[in-house]
Design a protein around this ligand. Structure first.
Ligand code: 2YG
Length: 270
């Protein structure tokens, strides 16, 4: 699983999020708040009535400077009463319970999750991120029915996105280098077509969900000006020439925000 760096998250504050929100609206037609409600299948989520604690976790490789603050800023931007606990780990959970929060966000090196203390629902970041980036691609493509979508990377994020696309009637192809993952997808999702060679699949497939965390995976010959790319993967797998080839309004990519928004939305939806 990709581990974010302080450089990935240090910029994520309220003014940055305001700019990100307006760019997201141009690309998808929805604000981040409207997107959160879209993910909750239209349930109106009263974010300003939700109290959230973000608990820093020192386990394993330890705290990522700025990570909890970035999560907190994203949640505050949606209107939640969000704070980072003064204490970390179990003490931080204790502090969250003392403050009678509705949701706790916390992440170690393996799992980053939202815990809804009222409904006992737990939403893991990879699952939520896959849904978020699939839904963002759907909004940019407008209608997924019978559209060909290529999912690059069949890890937890890619699988979550594949399920979203299948539920929406899309024709899904996937690309993956790990043989065990390839076998898993062929067995669990037989209707999903394996593309062994990106140079054959692209640029004929215009809609791409890029969930493989590798640099320079896609180059200009893989894309056209009509390519639409939704990329949760860190680092972004487009080469300089590929980035120049596509319209910036046809690319959705961020290190953390959409995943956090989807975690909250899915944790709250009843
Ligand atoms: O509390 C802290 O500061 C650290 N224990 C957080 C560690 C998070 C590790 N996980 C990641 O960096 C990413 N999987 C987070 C989500 C990335 C979304 N694209």
């Amino acid at each position: 699983m990709t581990r974010l760096t302080p450089a990935d998250v240090s910029c994520i504050g309220l003014s940055f999020l305001r700019k990100y929100d307006s760019e997201f609206r141009v690309k998808t037609g929805k604000s981040l708040t409207q997107f959160a409600e879209y993910l909750a299948k239209g349930h109106s989520l009263k974010f300003n009535e939700v109290k959230v604690a973000v608990v820093p976790i020192t386990a394993g490789k330890g705290i990522i400077e700025g990570f909890s603050k970035a999560v907190c800023s994203t949640l505050s931007f949606l209107g939640c009463d969000a704070f980072v606990t003064s204490w970390s780990d179990v003490s931080g959970f204790f502090e969250a319970f003392q403050n009678k929060v509705d949701v706790i966000f916390a992440g170690d090196d393996s799992i980053f999750s939202a815990f809804n203390l009222n409904t006992k629902r737990v939403i893991e970041n990879s699952y939520a991120t896959g849904k978020a980036y699939a839904a963002a691609l759907e909004l940019m493509v407008k209608d997924l029915r019978n559209k060909e979508i290529l999912v690059i990377g069949a890890g937890r994020v890619g699988i979550s996105a594949i399920e979203y696309f299948l539920n929406k009637g899309a024709k899904v192809m996937f690309s993956e280098c790990d043989p065990d993952r390839i076998e898993f997808i062929k067995k669990e999702y037989p209707e999903v077509i394996y593309e062994s060679n990106l140079d054959c699949a692209l640029p004929k497939i215009k809609y791409i969900l890029l969930a493989a965390p590798s640099r320079d995976l896609l180059h200009e010959h893989h894309l056209t000006s009509e390519s639409i790319i939704s990329s949760p993967a860190i680092p972004l797998g487009l080469s300089e020439s590929a980035l120049k080839k596509i319209s910036q309004n046809n690319l959705i990519h961020d290190p953390l925000q959409l995943g956090v928004i989807a975690m909250l939305s899915l944790a709250l939806k009843n």
